[in-house]
Ligand binder design. Structure first.
Ligand code: ITT
Length: 195
């Protein structure tokens, strides 16, 4: 069995990652103490590297980070890596986007979530990196109460619902996080568990 520290202070990510993980030989643990490294990278992957290395430095063991965000095509990829700082509160972030897209027709409201995951060892060396995405559209109002962050405005055409209207089991099958975590789990299982 292998224990891996999750390099995040976001409890929603922790919960989703634990639900997506079905390997009984991989256990994720919460990082101890306050965890808030400066995320000054230019890409999701750079920020994921910063977080995984910072966690390994403190915890001296395997660490997995998750850097995610919403990229809206008509806003040239914004909020992107600025997803967490786009406005002071989550409802203000959502309002800001709905205002920016006010007169934009549905077909031009395409967007995706990206999730970049990086796994480091006890010395902070990068062992593996994966990226996952989910594609959809920005709805014209917030709908649903499940998930977190921008889920209430992210419309998934295949289900005709926002992510926040979908049961968590569905989000955890189709999300950017699931699409990054599944190959990461397989890599961990094949490379760290079978030794
Ligand atoms: P850590 O850095 O501690 O992991 P964080 O919340 O600051 O936590 P990010 O830097 O990756 O994480 O910020 C991403 C923001 O993007 C997050 O605060 C949400 O607003 C949004 N986000 C990320 N994943 C999401 C998801 O699955 N659904 C909706 N919004 C999401």
């Amino acid at each position: 069995m292998i224990k891996i520290i999750l390099a995040t202070s976001n409890p929603h990510k922790l919960e989703e990652i634990n639900k997506i993980n079905t390997y009984s030989d991989i256990k994720f643990e919460v990082i101890k103490g306050e965890f808030n490294p400066e995320e000054n990278g230019n890409t999701f992957e750079e920020n994921a590297i910063i977080k995984a290395k910072a966690a390994s430095k403190v915890m001296k063991t395997y660490c997995l980070s998750d850097d995610s965000g919403l990229c809206i095509d008509v806003l040239e990829g914004l909020p992107g890596i600025h997803s967490n700082r786009y406005a002071p509160t989550q409802s203000e972030k959502i309002e800001k986007i709905l205002t920016e897209l006010k007169n934009v027709p549905y077909e031009n409201r395409s967007a995706h979530f990206t999730c970049s995951m990086v796994l480091t060892d006890a010395n902070g060396n990068i062992l593996n990196r994966e990226e996952g995405r989910i594609y959809g559209y920005i709805d014209d109002s917030a709908k649903g109460i499940n998930g977190f962050g921008y889920d209430p405005i992210f419309f998934v055409p295949e289900y005709n619902k926002t992510i926040a209207e979908l049961p968590e089991e569905i989000k955890n099958k189709i999300s950017h996080r699931a699409n990054a975590l599944k190959p990461m789990l397989e890599w961990i299982h094949n490379n760290l568990c079978l030794i």
